[in-house]
Write a protein that binds this ligand. Structure first.
Ligand code: ACO
Length: 429
């Protein structure tokens, strides 16, 4: 295969190098396009065909339904690894040894505390505040209590910032939920595993002397967090990278990522899916009616949890989560009619020509909310749980971007507004 691409503009041929990744993905390197073509640029709304960076973290092949973190398949990691191991793998590039993992966890635990003034900020939010808004604000607020920006030239400073946020973030997540539920805030238990501690911080009741871990919940949350841990250059991750590219700090970049994740077309879909399934149930369970609405171009309704920018065959995470939903609900002895509605909708959609033609399949969020609900997590906390899982991915991508010394993100545009015109005084308009 040729290693250049030719773009002909007004009869002038311009050659551009081809860039080939380790999985043989090919990209045209247009970084010199404007210089060689006298200012011509590209337009690609939604960046559907634009590679913003090269990255060694996550590989996904949307046609084949492949997802790998640092070369390991998501299926294998979801089955054999735990969340903290996966976090280490994503951030530092290799699976940790026992000693490395123990040190990593010990260092995280040292930072599992937040300044008491953060409680005051949390208290100032109305009870009705959406947990994603609260989480994004509190993450940003952490910069006030940890003001020094990271010197990315120093491995030690970089490492310290990483363990600090991994220690503090679960507290913010748990407190956001406890505030919502009117429960007293609680710091957690350093004798526990990372995920066990998160569950205890979220669910320990004031009248309980001893919180008893339910291994079904620990395993379910571990798996969900692993499945959400990274997904290369999606909306929130690109946001983290682009904010970080201005050399804003790690916490500020993460806070922006949380806001990007919030929307219903991205991480907010898990909440939207459950609300949609509830609405269908309340409306008598007529899935055909909602299929019709989803296909009607005059109706803004979309089948939430369906479709994906890159997966055009199946989302491997959705496959794992569908099995997990059955297992978790079975193990907990929960019978949820919503699960049946979800399965019915999936079956109909997979057989429907509209969905087949557009290659629309259930995505990671279609079944995750059903598991979160069975675990006792409020619906508007679902996207917060997604953020908790995505944290190591955002950190890994931010770290990679800074270590590679990437330039500030600053796309071009093509202007389509008014040409220059003379100002008219208000009386003459
Ligand atoms: N229901 C009905 N029709 C859909 C859906 C859906 N969920 N998703 C896409 N389509 C249709 C579009 O109307 C469009 O049809 P057309 O070609 O006739 O105009 C076609 O499929 C392509 O859709 P686009 O919106 O162009 O695809 P895009 O890649 O821009 O969007 C997205 C992907 C945002 C995920 C979209 O499928 C969607 O809105 N899904 C529902 C929300 C959702 O589940 N988001 C979570 C994604 S996973 C994640 O972020 C963690």
């Amino acid at each position: 295969m040729a290693n250049t691409a030719t773009i002909e503009i007004n009869g002038q041929k311009n050659e551009f190098p081809l860039y080939t990744g380790t999985e043989n993905e090919v990209a045209i390197d247009i970084s010199k396009l404007r210089g060689t073509t006298g200012g011509v640029t590209t337009i690609d709304p939604g960046y559907k065909n634009t590679g913003s960076c090269v990255s060694g973290i996550t590989f996904l092949d949307g046609e084949k339904g492949i997802l790998r973190y640092r070369g390991y398949s998501i299926e294998e990691l979801a089955e054999k690894a735990d969340f903290l191991e996966v976090a280490y793998l994503l951030i530092f590039g290799d699976l940790p040894t026992t000693a490395e993992l123990d040190k990593f966890h010990a260092d995280i635990k040292k930072h599992a505390v937040v300044d008491d003034d953060v409680k005051k900020i949390l208290d100032a939010f109305p009870k009705s505040a959406h947990p994603m808004g609260v989480l994004s604000s509190l993450t940003s607020a952490l910069t006030a209590f940890n003001p020094s920006s990271v010197n990315v030239e120093s491995e030690e400073e970089m490492y310290n910032a990483i363990v600090r946020i991994l220690g503090k973030f679960p507290i913010l997540v748990a407190w956001t939920m406890r505030k919502k539920l009117g429960l007293p805030l609680y710091y957690g238990d350093s004798s526990l595993g990372y995920v066990e501690n998160i569950l205890k911080m979220m669910f320990k009741q004031p009248n309980e002397d001893k919180y008893t871990q339910n291994p079904i919940l620990v395993n379910a949350l571990d798996k969900l967090l692993i499945l959400h841990a990274d997904h290369e250059q999606n909306c929130s991750t690109s946001t983290v990278r682009i904010v970080g590219s201005s050399h804003a700090g790690l916490f500020a970049s993460l806070s922006a990522g949380i806001s990007a994740l919030w929307g219903p077309l991205h991480g907010g879909a898990n909440q939207a899916v459950l609300e949609m399934l509830e609405a269908i149930k309340e409306d008598g369970g007529d899935t055909k009616k909602y299929m019709g609405k989803a296909k009607d171009k005059a109706d803004p309704f979309r089948l939430m949890g369906f479709g994906h920018r890159v997966y055009k065959n199946f989302d491997p995470r959705a496959k794992i989560i569908k099995v997990a939903a059955d297992e978790v609900l079975g193990d907990l002895g929960v019978q949820d009619p919503i699960l049946d509605i979800a399965k019915g909708l999936e079956k109909e959609a997979l057989e429907d020509q509209y969905f087949v033609d557009r290659k629309l399949y259930p995505n990671v969020d279609f079944y995750s909310g059903i598991i979160y609900r069975a675990m006792g997590i409020p619906v508007d906390m679902f996207t917060v749980m997604f953020a908790l899982g995505r944290l190591p991915g955002w950190i890994a991508q931010w770290r990679e971007m800074r270590l590679r010394k990437e330039p500030i993100g600053r796309p071009r545009q093509v202007y389509i507004g008014e040409n220059e015109r003379a100002f008219k005084a208000i009386a003459d308009r």
